[in-house]
Design a protein around this ligand. Structure first.
Ligand code: FA5
Length: 346
C-alpha cells in the first residue's frame, strides 16, 4: 500500500510540476483530486479498512492529498506570475524609439493663390460666387453679345458636349471662360452687385508652356450707379499690391471682347523687375494681366439690369498664370501634372 502511495505521490507531484499552463494544471488537479480522481478513489477505499489500517493508510492518503493541494496552489501562483510577465513582455513599447512620420497633404498652389485672391476681394466688399463648369451656348456666348455665327466665337475654341440641344439655351459646352456668370449673377441677384467668380475653364488649345486646355480664371463684376473704369483701376492696384505685397502699377490698352464696351487689356508692372525691364517682361517693364471693360448694355439687358440706370465693369484674369507668376513656375503643365515633387515645394 505504502509503495502505491509513494508511487502516486511522485506521479502527482511530477504532473503538477510539468503543467505548462493554468488549463493543464486544472486538468491535473481533476485527475487526482476530482470526484473520480485517483486520490479521491483511494480515500473512498479507507471506509472498508480495519481501524488499524485506517489509521496508517487513511493518514497517508490525507497527507498526500494535503501535500498535492499545497503544491497545486504554489504552482498556480507561479503560472499566474508567468502569465503577467508574458503579457507585460508582449505589451512593452520602446518609448525612446523614433516615431513614424505620417505623410500629411497640403493645399495645392493654385488653391493657395485662389484663397488669397478671394480674401483680398472680400476685404473690398466683393462676394465669392460659383457657377457651372458645363454651360449652355446661351450663357457662354449669346448672352455675352456673341451671336451664333460671330467670328468672336473662334477666339475660344470650344469643347461641345454630345447631347441634344435645348431650344432656348442651345448646345451644352465646357465653359470657355468664367464670363457666363456675369449674366447668371445679374439674373439671380439683380443690381447693385460686387462679385468675383473663380473657376475652371476649358479650351481646345495647342498646349505649350503657357497654354493649357484646362485652366482657372477669376471673373470680376461690379454693377452700380455712377461707376467708371477709374474704380476698376483703383481696385486692381489695391488687389495686386495686396497679393504681391508691394506697390503695383497698372496700365490700360485697348482690347476686344464683344461683352464689354470699351474693351480694355490691363497690364501690371513686372513683378520680377518692378518695371525696370527683364527677360520675363521682354524688357517692357509690363506683364499682360487680364481682359476687362465696361459691361456692354446688351449684357446688362440679358441680365435683367437697366443700362439707363446702372453701369459697371467686368474683368477676367488667368488664375493659373497668376499662380505661375507668384511662385516662378516656368511651365503651366507642371501645375496639374500630378507630380507630388512639384506640389510639395509650395
Ligand atoms: C477671357 O476669357 C474673357 N472672358 C476675359 C474678360 C472678362 C474680358 C470680362 C472682359 C471682361 P481671355 O481669353 O483673354 O479673356 O482669357 C483671360 C485670361 O485667361 C488670359 O489673360 C490668360 O491669363 C488666361 N488664359 C487664356 N487662355 C489660357 C490658356 N490656354 N492657358 C492658361 N491660361 C489662359
Amino acid at each position: 500500500m505504502s509503495t502505491d502511495i509513494n508511487q502516486l505521490r511522485s506521479e502527482a507531484l511530477e504532473a503538477v510540476n510539468a503543467s505548462p499552463d493554468l488549463e493543464s494544471l486544472k486538468e491535473t488537479e481533476r485527475s487526482f483530486l476530482g470526484k473520480n480522481g485517483r486520490i479521491t478513489d483511494l480515500l473512498k477505499k479507507v471506509k472498508g479498512l480495519t481501524l488499524e489500517e485506517k489509521k496508517s493508510f487513511g493518514k497517508a492518503v490525507n497527507t498526500l492529498k494535503h501535500e498535492l493541494k499545497q503544491s497545486i496552489i504554489s504552482k498556480k501562483k507561479n503560472l499566474e506570475q508567468l502569465q503577467v510577465e508574458t503579457q507585460l513582455e508582449k505589451d512593452w513599447i520602446d518609448l525612446s524609439a523614433p516615431g513614424k512620420r505620417r505623410q500629411s497633404g497640403h493645399i495645392h498652389p493654385l488653391a493657395q493663390v485662389q484663397k488669397e485672391v478671394e480674401s483680398i476681394f472680400q476685404q473690398m466688399g466683393f462676394s465669392i460666387i460659383d457657377g457651372p463648369e458645363i454651360e449652355s451656348e446661351f450663357y457662354n456666348f449669346e448672352a455675352l453679345n456673341i451671336a451664333p455665327h460671330h467670328p468672336a466665337r473662334d477666339m475660344q475654341d470650344t469643347f461641345f458636349i454630345d447631347k441634344a440641344a435645348d431650344e432656348k439655351e442651345g448646345r451644352l459646352v465646357l465653359r470657355t471662360h468664367t464670363s457666363p456668370n456675369q449674366v447668371r449673377t445679374m439674373l439671380k441677384w439683380g443690381a447693385p452687385l460686387r462679385v468675383i467668380i473663380p473657376g475652371r475653364v476649358f479650351r481646345n488649345e495647342a498646349l505649350d508652356a503657357s497654354h493649357e486646355h484646362t485652366f482657372d480664371q477669376v471673373e470680376g463684376l461690379l454693377i452700380d450707379k455712377n461707376i467708371s473704369i477709374a474704380h476698376m483701376k483703383g481696385i486692381m492696384q489695391e488687389f495686386l499690391a495686396g497679393l504681391f505685397r508691394k506697390e503695383m502699377k497698372v496700365r490700360f490698352r485697348p482690347g476686344y471682347f464683344p461683352f464689354v464696351e470699351p474693351g480694355i487689356e490691363l497690364d501690371m508692372s513686372c513683378v520680377f523687375c518692378d518695371g525696370k525691364g527683364c527677360s520675363t517682361c521682354k524688357k517692357s517693364g509690363w506683364i499682360e494681366f487680364m481682359g476687362s471693360g465696361m459691361v456692354h448694355p446688351n449684357v446688362l439687358k440679358a441680365g435683367g439690369v437697366n443700362p439707363e440706370e446702372y453701369q459697371g465693369w467686368a474683368f477676367g484674369f488667368g488664375l493659373t498664370r497668376l499662380t505661375m507668376m507668384r511662385y516662378g513656375i516656368n511651365d503651366i503643365r507642371h501645375l496639374t501634372c500630378g507630380d507630388l515633387r512639384i506640389n510639395k515645394q509650395f
